[in-house]
Design a protein around this ligand. Sequence first.
Ligand code: SAM
Length: 288
Amino acid sequence: MHSDTAPDARHTASGAAAPQTPTWDPGQYLRHADHRARPFLDLLARVGALPTAPARIADLGCGPGNVTALLTGRWPDARITGYDLSPQMLRRAEEEYAGPTPGGGSLDFRHGDLADWVPGEPYDLIVSNAALQWVPGHPGSFARWIDGLRPGGTFAFQVPGNFTAPSHRLLAELCDTPRWRDRLGGLAARHTDTLEPGEYLDRLTGLGCTADVWETTYHQLLQGPDPVLDWVKGTALRPVLTTLGDDRPAVDRFLAEYRRALREAYPPGPRGTVFPFRRVFAVARKEA
Ligand SMILES: C[S@@+](CC[C@H](N)C(=O)[O-])C[C@H]1O[C@@H](n2cnc3c(N)ncnc32)[C@H](O)[C@@H]1O
């Protein structure tokens, strides 16, 4: 990891706290690692041959590095760099995965903000799993990322397409109730800047790529008590938990209200709790 960044504390003109950069908790995030890694593998399955070997690969928003490391299964000798904004995630990735790989390649992790990340060298593959939804206006960066690919290189990403699902709708509604509006109003609606599959297809083909875009809904069967709450604690709840910070009574009150709503929306069944999750995938190949 090349640098640490503390969460941004900003204030609006009215003096109210503005949304902070969320603090991530790798341990909580990894509690559902299998379900979260599955779409990455489904994405990679549609990536074709890369132009050079050993390949140069970037993973944008690499998180704790476990999916970045999966790239070495397909490209054992590749030089792979994961970029992320979260010091907590980067620390976990470095501890667990940084260094030479058994196939003669390497894995390293660097601090980088996708809002202004520019490929500093030619890449064979730029990949991103479940991260671009946190980057408002990310389609505006596609041209410069594709520019940074070698001819015949691939840009592949997956983003959630579930922002109207009960898990997110209930969270946004709760944040906007009079009880929470002052501290959390609008917070849950911040990271919904994703496009529909057809719109991604238009953008990518408009940039001269051959594009393969699709969507899948995973009917995830989760186990344990309140598993949907446990899931979102690792992702969609990060901005709320970051904003409430160490105000433990407020965190407990918020979680109790949200838990009640989620239990109604996702009742446990005899074999677990079904948590449907729609995801959008795109694989764009630059002309050789
Ligand atoms: C849901 S996690 C996905 C992690 C990993 N790609 C995976 O599939 O498990 C989202 C990641 O995006 C990172 N992220 C969010 N906004 C970012 C930004 N502007 N620049 C870099 N990384 C960002 C977060 O720090 C977090 O690690």
